[in-house]
Design a protein around this ligand. Structure first.
Ligand code: GLA
Ligand code: GLA
Length: 658
């Protein structure tokens, strides 16, 4: 990654605080109330103009920046920085009326019409031309504005327009495939087109995986996922290059969506393209909500290479787009925000500043709710601003590397969940999150990293469902283990290469030798089935019929009942100076924790928390500053930590200065 750059600003280091600000939704007189309340809340930065294309360019080629000048000047006069959007996220009606050919086409061949937002084809040359013209106008106009601290490219690229099956997409897909494969022979081989009479004799015959009679070609699907992520990244790069030409001093970012099951954009591959990483995160209510928040923040922090990153959006309370939108409970706002800070965020921002009165998001919470400043929510917002000022000493610090890692791999996520597999119940992200929860339960710090991360820095690496293992990755993992690393992987790992072709000779072909075992057939479980293990844990979803192929392979747990009784379920194979472990079923967090302890012991990875705090608090470290996050709903007594006095003791979060 190009070395990360932070906001263009002066003054002492601080944590930034703010929101998306949409003044175009309000009469001018409201803006003065806005900035007054922003100052009261301690807002330092806003993202401006994200959805204002129709106001900035009311007709083709006619630009009106007057209102935005006024907003920028007002913010600057009040000491508030601007992360200025390029405003290309939602094209105005005049554009799509004149050029309906920029509208996306879905898999069934239906047009995605205007009326919502982000209704544009990532591969449309016409859209790109209009978008870049707007960026050029904005970049030129605001290049020297003193409030301009960063550029915000588009918005959540791929949120609604990730998969487009249009003719533009078809043409671009062929170009992408030409550069990946060079020859049709290579493509025919990679896609396995000897199957079902799919052999191509001309590039023009190739299409995106549009609605098909039955299971479309899996490698075509996987390549389309890669392509779709790449063309959105291309859009980011196109805007960024123009901005760098116009304003070389101003850093450029875009808001990622590392959250839950959002999987279409390969952010491990995008992270190098932004000057600093920014992310949007929204919680889903449920028992794993807190762990998922920490898991996502951890991934973002490591995508940023440990450097500070920007929490561009989260919510002060309820959202509007879940089936049931529950408000946050007292204390949750601060706890959620500070969890991101604990994982490396140097900016805490929300969608949005003032809750809309009209439009699809009028029931989405904001920093300033419908109820106004005289509300519990606004008081919580003001108090969070104070907490962030108390924590200014954290700004600029980097994540302190853990001794253990979880590999999170987008290609495996995509490939493992495709159709025509042993089960359609497998969920990559959930298995990875289970491992993460097990680490939290044991009180052991872990970094969630892409497969390309320097694994040798870690004593222990878990790689759940590492399904796609090209030869080079198999070699890296093998040398990691031989050089003393301790690796654990799970069911459905090491199965295919980068073309989604199965490694032959028994599963998991790419890792068979390293694991000292061999599997002839997968044995996924039906929904009402489970598999008891002799260590007291229970597996669901999947089992494997394991044969040990090395006398050195140790069996840590076996299946206890049924057809599998007596067969190994969890194994460890000492190899070189390290070991390679295998977990053949879905154990869930508690079951994983039961075997993880043993694996971690072997790797000499231990909890840094006193025993009474393990599992009850999460520990993160930024350059020696320790954050303690309460994982329970009750107060936790920290006296076992010793004489250190927390400098921050917001509800549920404490920070201890190095
Ligand atoms: C996304 C978008 C915002 C807003 C929020 C609502 O994060 O970027 O514009 O729609 O969702 O949660
Ligand atoms: C049908 C088809 C075969 C094959 C099988 C798979 O019988 O005729 O080509 O697809 O289903 O079960």
């Amino acid at each position: 990654m190009s070395s990360p750059r932070w906001l263009r600003r002066t003054g002492a280091p601080r944590l930034e605080y703010g929101a998306d600000y949409n003044p175009e939704q309000w009469p001018r007189e409201v803006w003065d109330d806005d900035v007054r309340a922003m100052r009261e809340a301690g807002v330092t930065i806003v993202s401006l103009g994200i959805f204002s294309w129709a106001r900035l360019e009311p007709a083709d080629g006619e630009f009106d920046f007057g209102w935005l000048d006024e907003a920028m000047d007002l913010l600057h006069a009040n000491g508030i920085l601007v992360d200025l959007a390029t405003a290309t996220a939602s094209p105005p009606p005049w554009l799509t009326a004149a050029h309906p050919e920029v509208l996306p086409i879905d898999q069934q061949g239906r047009t995605v019409w205007p009326g919502g937002r982000q209704h544009w084809r990532p591969t449309s040359k016409i859209f790109r031309r209009y978008a870049l013209r707007l960026v050029r106008e904005l970049g030129t106009h605001y290049a020297n504005h003193p409030a301009l601290a960063a550029w915000h490219v588009n918005n959540e690229l791929g949120c609604h327009n990730l998969y487009d099956f249009s003719d533009d997409a078809a043409v671009a897909f062929r170009d992408w495939l030409r550069s990946r494969y060079a020859t049709l022979d290579a493509l025919n081989h990679a896609w396995g087109t000897a199957f079902w009479s799919q052999h191509y004799t001309a590039w023009e015959q190739i299409l995106p995986p549009r609605l098909a009679a039955t299971h479309p070609n899996p490698t075509q699907q996987l390549d389309f996922k890669r392509f779709s992520s790449d063309v959105l990244k291309d859009h980011l790069i196109a805007e960024r290059e123009l901005l760098r030409e116009l304003t070389p001093e101003v850093p450029v970012t875009t808001n990622f969506m590392v959250v839950g099951e959002t999987k279409g954009m390969n952010y491990a591959d995008w992270a190098a393209e932004v000057d600093f990483v920014a992310n949007d995160h929204y919680t889903h209510p449920g028992p794993r909500s807190r762990d998922e928040l920490s898991f996502a923040a951890n991934r973002v922090g490591n995508l940023a290479g440990g450097a500070p990153w920007f929490l561009m959006e989260h919510s002060t309370s309820a959202v509007n787009w879940q089936p049931v939108n529950v408000p946050k409970r007292p204390g949750e706002l601060a706890r959620d925000s500070l969890t991101h800070v604990a994982h490396g965020a140097d900016a805490v921002c929300f969608f949005q500043w003032r809750q809309s009165r009209a439009g699809a998001e009028k029931y989405h919470s904001a920093m300033l709710p419908h109820a106004g400043t005289g509300s519990a929510l606004f008081r919580a917002v003001v108090s969070l601003g104070e907490r962030l000022r108390d924590l200014a000493f954290v700004a600029g610090t980097h994540r302190t590397r853990a001794r253990a890692a979880i590999v999170f791999d987008w290609e495996s996520w995509w490939a493992a969940e495709q159709d025509s597999h042993p089960t359609d119940r497998l969920r990559y992200q959930q298995e990875a999150l289970d491992w993460y929860s097990a680490f939290l339960d044991l009180g052991v710090r872990v970094d969630v990293v892409p497969a390309s991360a320097p694994l040798a820095e870690y004593a222990f690496v878990a790689a759940p469902i590492l399904h796609v293992v090209p030869a080079a990755l198999a070699e890296r993992l093998t040398s990691y283990v031989h050089n003393g690393g301790h690796l654990v992987t799970t069911y459905f790992s090491g199965i295919v290469d980068e073309n989604d072709h199965v490694w032959l000779g028994g599963y998991p072909g790419a890792l068979r030798e390293l694991l000292g075992l061999r599997i002839e057939e997968f044995a996924p479980l039906l929904d009402d089935e489970s598999a008891a293990l002799d260590n007291g844990t229970t597996g669901t979803l999947w089992t494997d019929r394991i044969d040990l192929t090395s006398p050195a392979t140790e069996v840590l747990a076996s299946y206890k009942t049924g057809e599998m009784a007596g067969r190994p379920a969890v194994t460890r194979h000492p190899a070189g100076a390290g070991s390679a472990g295998y977990v053949s079923t879905r154990l869930g967090p508690a079951g994983i924790a039961a075997v993880l302890g043993e694996f971690l012991d072997r790797a000499a990875v231990r909890s840094e928390l006193p025993p009474d705090l393990r599992g009850r608090v999460e520990l993160t470290v930024r350059d020696g500053i320790r954050f303690l996050l309460n994982r329970t709903d009750a107060p936790v007594d920290l006296t076992s930590l010793g004489a250190d006095v927390p400098v921050l003791a917001a509800r549920a979060v404490a920070a201890i200065r190095a």
